[in-house]
Design a protein around this ligand. Structure first.
Ligand SMILES: NC(=O)c1ccc[n+]([C@@H]2O[C@H](COP(=O)([O-])OP(=O)(O)OC[C@H]3O[C@@H](n4cnc5c(N)ncnc54)[C@H](OP(=O)(O)O)[C@@H]3O)[C@@H](O)[C@H]2O)c1
Length: 257
């Protein structure tokens, strides 16, 4: 890689807020953003787990600010972004990644608490984080928002209707905000991962027929690892994607072709 490309991938001087950063895809993205120079704000509900990710980042020479926050609660999100402003001056990059999927089964049997929780975290939480981040980015003259959706948004699997509908709404959120925020120098894009090995997907990976079906229909013949989502996140967050907004980057081993 030449000098100019290296500079464009460089996130140094940037403050990146990553939700769902205590494990899985979010923790992996946060570590990678730090390795590319960003100061990373690590967000999830569990302070202890965030502290471990922060310690690893700082041990590698990076700078991390762990902030415990339930992204299903708009008041906690407001406090999160106030903390980012007072500690680090503001937000340049937001990765909306924290999500939940408490009901795995027929939509007809879904309890109303599961509907509320999924919408609160996966949709309202993403929306409110975008509102706060965009306000800060406007003051700073630009920024990049990366919303983690899912291929479930494009092809909703049975048993995951509520989850899929929130992830589809994230794509509309992404495209709508791309239009509104483009004139302010703020790019808004989404990633739609396929099956990636994390705690989140364990129920799918441990259900043999589902596992076989997914692997059988995936041209690359396997599921993915969190590290394989990093390239998309880094690209969309960085200046390499300076003319890219409102897009959905599918990273699924070809499953949805
Ligand atoms: N894994 C896959 O196959 C797959 C496929 C497509 C899309 N995705 C998407 O990728 C993203 C990351 O998933 P993952 O697989 O990395 O899941 P994961 O390993 O289970 O991590 C989920 C993260 O979200 C946090 N979180 C959950 N609820 C939260 C809340 N209410 N407030 C704040 N943080 C919360 C969790 O931290 P705490 O428990 O500490 O709060 C954790 O850090 C999600 O948006 C998911 O929909 C995953």
């Amino acid at each position: 890689m030449g000098e100019s490309e290296r500079r464009e991938f460089d996130l140094s001087g940037k403050v990146a807020v990553v939700t769902g950063a205590s494990r899985g895809i979010g923790a992996t993205i946060a570590r990678a953003f730090s390795a590319h120079g960003a100061t990373v704000v690590l967000v999830s509900r569990k302070a202890e787990a965030l502290g471990e990710v922060a310690a690893a980042i700082e041990g590698a020479g990076g700078r991390a600010l762990p902030v415990a926050c339930n992204t299903g609660n708009p008041d906690e999100i407001a406090t999160l972004f106030e903390t980012v402003r007072s500690e680090l001056g503001g937000t340049d990059i937001l990765v909306n990644n924290a999500a939940t999927n408490p009901h795995f089964g027929p939509a007809a049997e879904a309890p109303s608490w599961a509907l509320d929780k999924t919408v609160d975290v996966n949709l309202k939480g993403y929306f409110v984080c975008c509102q706060h981040a965009a306000a800060s980015m406007m003051e700073r003259g630009g920024g990049s928002i990366v919303n983690v959706s899912s291929i479930a948004a494009l092809s909703p699997p049975p048993g995951q209707v509520i989850y899929a509908m929130t992830k589809a709404a994230v794509i509309a959120l992404t495209r709508g905000l791309a239009r509104e925020l483009g004139p302010h120098g703020i790019r808004v894009n989404a990633i739609a991962p396929g099956l990636v090995e994390t705690d989140f997907s364990r129920v799918l990976l441990e259900t043999e027929p589902i596992r076989q079906q997914i692997v059988g229909h995936t041209p690359l013949g396997r599921w993915g690892q969190p590290e394989e989502i990093v390239g998309a996140a880094l690209y969309l967050a960085s200046d390499l994607a300076s003319f890219t907004t409102g897009t959905v980057l599918v990273v699924d081993g070809g499953l949805t072709i």
